[in-house]
Design a protein around this ligand. Sequence first.
Ligand code: ATP
Length: 360
Amino acid sequence: MKTSFDIAVFQGDGIGPEIMAPTTALLSELATQGGYGLTFTDAPAGAAHYRETGESFPPASMAAARAADAILLSAMGLPDVRYPDGTEISPQIDLRKALTLFAGVRPVTIRPGQPTPLALKGGQSVDFVLIRESTEGLFYTQGRGEVQADEARETLRITRAISEPLFRFAFDLAKSRKASGQGPGKVTCVDKANVFRAFAFFREMFDAEAAHHPEIAADHAYVDATALWMVEKPWAFDVMVTENMFGDILSDLGAGLMGGLGLAPSADIGADHAVFQPCHGSAPDIAGQGVANPMAMILSAAMMLDWLGGRHGVPAMQADAARLRAAVDGVVAEGRVLTRDLGGSAGTAEVAAAVREALA
Ligand code: ATP
């Protein structure tokens, strides 16, 4: 059984290195105690690297990502550093395409003490996962749309090759959540099948996959109604799966429900590779001040432990993922050591130390 793993680490730009350092330190400690191995390989890339070297994503960093068992990424891109054509530097998108990371996994969890705009009544909690297809859909012609004098076109593409493994992933996730007592075991297909034939095709493939999982409930929702229900009754969802653009929009709504980006982790998962990174960007406005919230990065690392542990059959890693999440929950619920985005005044290092203490 494999118990030692190579992790490619993209420290990134802005607050990236500030939130990555305490995260890998926590992971190293957990690995030592848990009897498994994590080796971190630094993979330079991003806007600052481009400014210094003229290269945004060196081939050696891509090779490190391909060779790794998993990829940890903080945030990349800076508003004032761009390619000559004016587009932003975002190696994370190149990575998603190159490694066919079709499942964008965005957990939406509202913990006690979290500053949500929802008026939750006592006992009501929110814990669902949005899966955003991340390689095709309305992003298929990204950067290649046709623009003429009086007309512009983009193409929405839905394929069987991507949709089938996407839906399989969604049902497997619902199954493992149910097994760990995290959800009732339900997958909702979010589409617009009443208007577009491509979404009827999407739904048909979803239903075919659902038939293989009789122990998991399956239903459908139109994307506009889903936006409403995410605000009105978010506790009704368990796992939802949707097209790229719908997922792009709904995942920001999810982050809004969570009271902002500081606690929103994510994973981009394919058949052979996965990238784990917070939903937020490089936050250049607060970079270098030691005040960034490291919790979304730490929760993304917990998702990595879960994924690696599940894939390679190392229960200690999955147990540590749960411990990391519980430690963050504890610090948020206590409310004593929080960064400014969560209404506190602590710095990155203090919050990381509080999480470490809660782990102990
Ligand atoms: P991108 O387009 O690269 O995703 P963005 O425009 O969404 O980036 P972010 O970099 O995520 O912007 O920052 C949005 C706001 O949230 C900023 O005010 C930033 O300071 C704040 N923010 C983002 N991440 C954190 C964090 N980890 N801790 C504290 N504040 C954060």
